[in-house]
Design a protein around this ligand. Structure first.
Ligand code: ZN
Length: 84
């Protein structure tokens, strides 16, 4: 979950990010950037149990690794190999 800092001159900036799974704040590195994390926004459509809801999900690297271990299909995108 992102918390935004309101700005009158620029677009709102992300002030802090909290992992939706563990509830811990995702820290910034020494360069001022947030440690990498998974961010998904999903608007659930008609016919789903969450019809009309929009979910904004942020997951820290640690929690993502736990989720990754549960995948039955590897989500790592491979480049398409084309015969040349
Ligand atoms: Zn987490």
């Amino acid at each position: 979950m992102k918390n935004y800092k309101k700005s009158l001159v620029d677009s709102d900036q992300v002030e802090s990010v909290v992992c939706n799974v563990c509830g811990k704040e995702i820290k910034k590195n020494s360069f001022g950037y947030f440690d990498d994390f998974l961010s998904v926004e999903k608007k659930w459509g008609y016919g789903s149990p969450r019809d009309g809801e929009t979910h904004d999900i942020d997951i820290c690297r640690h929690c993502y690794e736990k989720l990754f271990e549960q995948f039955k299909i590897n989500p790592i995108k491979r480049e398409c190999l084309v015969n040349k």
